[in-house]
Ligand binder design. Structure first.
Ligand SMILES: Cc1ncc(C[n+]2csc(CCOP(=O)(O)OP(=O)(O)O)c2C)c(N)n1
Ligand code: SF4
Ligand SMILES: [Mg+2]
Length: 282
């Protein structure tokens, strides 16, 4: 097969996305297809695992393997798949409610283990599928169906959290800037380890307060000479909530969990059967 064998049409399923017209998720899926082309990932070796939410429909629209699982469990399911079959290209996709609300407890562990998967978090600061409840990233004072006067909870800061958790690649983008997103996806795919692409992806139906227009005003690309290995500087940048910094914010090329296990196997050898293992420690 030639190097440019796979084209966008090879990654698109026959189902046309059924997101609302203008939903930010369209701005994420198109550059995603393009990044798959750029990296020539074989669809038969590629799996997209999703949570529940509008964002959770992502795998329906991709002609790869897909697993639309349980709410909040996309990341650990994807990590388990990679551990069972390291040859596969594995993506987890989900929303802010899915990944930071109900599924928030899984993130630190997959991040610190550095499982070699790519997580795409489509953040619209609202529960879209269930028609507009406040989410863990809804800003203080934002109104919603569940906060008709004002939201009274402090929002999470996913960038700061992922830096603290030890994610080895963190990029941030905006679905209003699909060209930039393609480059971020591509770099995330090429990174060996847990890569996360945080995407602000407006919900045009249920979040009228954070929109393409408002985001366009605060999105700022990271400086060209940004040192992506500087975790402390990245942490400082993550706390700047007046502007929304985009680009690869942090990258640490440390070994993946598979590489660390391989090093130990090399050193101590492999047990041929269960009895050998039990005898060793008896
Ligand atoms: C265990 C469980 N709790 C609650 C729900 C209801 N539910 C479905 S999607 C969702 C939130 C979706 O929000 P988000 O993850 O931000 O995705 P979006 O729709 O905004 O893309 C909730 C609460 C569920 N499906 N399963
Ligand atoms: S409800 Fe919001 S997040 Fe869901 S498809 Fe419509 S615009 Fe997109
Ligand atoms: Mg959401």
């Amino acid at each position: 097969m030639s190097e440019t064998a796979f084209k966008v049409k090879d990654y698109k399923s026959d189902l046309k996305p059924i997101w609302c017209a203008g939903c930010g998720d369209y701005g994420a899926i198109n550059p995603f297809y393009q990044a798959l082309v750029e990296n020539q990932l074989d669809p038969k070796d590629t799996v997209i695992v999703s949570g529940i939410g509008c964002s959770g429909r992502f795998p329906y629209f991709c002609d790869t393997y897909g697993f639309h699982g349980v709410h909040g469990r996309a990341v650990p399911t994807a990590a388990g798949m990679k551990i069972a079959n390291p040859e596969l290209n594995i993506f987890a996709v989900g929303g802010d409610g899915d990944g930071l609300g109900i599924g928030g407890g899984h993130l630190p562990h997959v991040a610190r283990k550095n499982v070699d998967i790519t997580y795409i978090l489509l953040d619209n600061s609202i529960y879209g599928l269930t028609k507009g409840q406040s989410s863990p990233t809804s800003p203080l004072t934002m109104t919603s169906k569940t906060a008709p006067y004002a939201y009274v909870e402090e929002p999470l800061n996913p960038l700061a959290m992922l830096l603290a958790y030890g994610a080895s690649f963190i990029a941030r983008g905006f679905s209003g800037k699909p060209k930039d997103l393609k480059a971020l996806f591509s770099q995330a795919i090429q990174h060996k380890g847990f890569s996360v692409v945080l995407i602000f992806s407006p919900c045009v139906t249920f979040n009228k307060q954070i929109t393409f227009k408002t985001m366009n005003e605060i999105v700022k690309p990271s400086p060209e000479d940004w040192d992506r290995s500087n975790r402390l500087a990245a942490m400082e940048k993550s706390l700047d909530t007046d502007s929304y910094w985009t680009g690869v914010v942090y990258q640490d090329e440390r070994p993946t969990i598979h590489q660390r296990v391989a090093e130990i196997t090399e050193r101590v050898g492999r047990y041929n059967n269960f009895k050998e293992l039990i005898d060793k420690f008896a």
